[in-house]
Design a protein around this ligand. Sequence first.
Ligand SMILES: Cc1cc2nc3c(=O)[nH]c(=O)nc-3n(C[C@H](O)[C@H](O)[C@H](O)COP(=O)(O)OP(=O)(O)OC[C@H]3O[C@@H](n4cnc5c(N)ncnc54)[C@H](O)[C@@H]3O)c2cc1C
Length: 396
Amino acid sequence: MDLSFSPADEAFRHEIREALRGLVPPDMARRTRQGFHPTKADLKLWNRILNDHGWAAAHWPREHGGSGWTPLQVHIFEEECAAADAPFPSYFGLRLVGPLLYTFGSEAQQCRYIPDILTGDTFWCQGFSEPSSGSDLASVRTTAVRDGDTYVVNGQKLWTTEAHYADRMFCLVRTDPDLPPQKGGLSMLMFPMTTPGITVRPVITIDGGHSVNEIFFENVRVPAEELLGAEGQGWDHAKFLLANERITNAHVPRAKRDLALLKEMAAREAAEQGGGLDLDEVDRRIAQLQIDLDGLEWSVLREVIGGSGNPAIASGLKIIASELQQRMTELAVDIVGVRGRIAYDEADLDRNDLPGNPPDYVPGLAARQLFLRATTIYAGSNEIQRGIIAKQQFGL
Ligand SMILES: Cc1cc2nc3c(=O)[nH]c(=O)nc-3n(C[C@H](O)[C@H](O)[C@H](O)COP(=O)(O)OP(=O)(O)OC[C@H]3O[C@@H](n4cnc5c(N)ncnc54)[C@H](O)[C@@H]3O)c2cc1C
């Protein structure tokens, strides 16, 4: 297998690198480099900048607003965006609900929602998980009962990322309590977060941050035209979306940037800490990360370009990528030691009187390591992925 990029691909990379030069505002780049939850303002602005260049949905088919690039070109583009410290653009709109809409949505729904996803004017959140339905989505209990031209929604969602600033939700609901999901018991509804009867409450995670929420629905009336596809197709929509989500969660371009930053950090800390750092151990761990990331990158590319469609492969990639992300942050924290506990505070960033005047990779590092414990849980926990592999590959 030839793992090198062709001269044409390298020329494309050069073109993109030049076009991106100076495009990411410096303060946004710093926030991204430091790895914190992107602000809505940053996501919106970056979405708009990308859209002005026709790149907001580079990975979509051209007829729906995509770039028409090959999968390898899209990968190169994303790698260059990550190398320029651009935030990962609006995940729920561009990666999840957008493809759902152009695959299953009516023409009217596509016209209504897709333009604002491309411009970044509408932010979406994903209402799947519930207090006792995370791994087992088939047990979703939030109900949507048809009443004339509307559905009446009651129930609760949990862990809903960015719901506190999302404009709309795509929501998995039970429309038929008597049918199993695989036989038509679930459906997907889309509605504004301002609909009367919706309450959003923050869930503060172990890092002290607020990115997830719990949502309560009390007699929320949703027009029936907001149903995606036909009633009872929710299980198919969820499966389509979760497979997409697992590959996207491999986040190879971002991981490559993180590893490059980790190497810079290790070199700087080695010079500053001298004998205080076990350099052989750091080198060994970095080398292993590099080997694993190279393997992941080419496995993702083989899947993206060749498209086996085997769910076990998407699951395997999700496991490797999420564990890699955790190992990288663990090494970073091991290198900086107790200084990683220095809190991140936007207001402090321009001050130079922080304890020890740390370089900008230090503040918030330990909090980030704690938050990234979630990577092996969200988008389907790694135990569930291992179960999928066992079933798919070995019939267990
Ligand atoms: C930071 C974060 C953001 C999230 N964002 C969203 C979001 O935006 N929208 C959304 O809908 N959801 C979101 N989630 C929810 C996420 O998808 C669920 O947390 C995940 O699917 C696990 O479900 P659960 O939390 O209910 O745990 P459970 O399903 O109760 O699992 C508990 C433990 O048991 C294990 N387990 C469960 N079943 C099995 C089995 N059959 N075999 C082996 N082990 C098993 C699990 O691996 C886990 O370790 C988010 C979660 C986090 C942490």
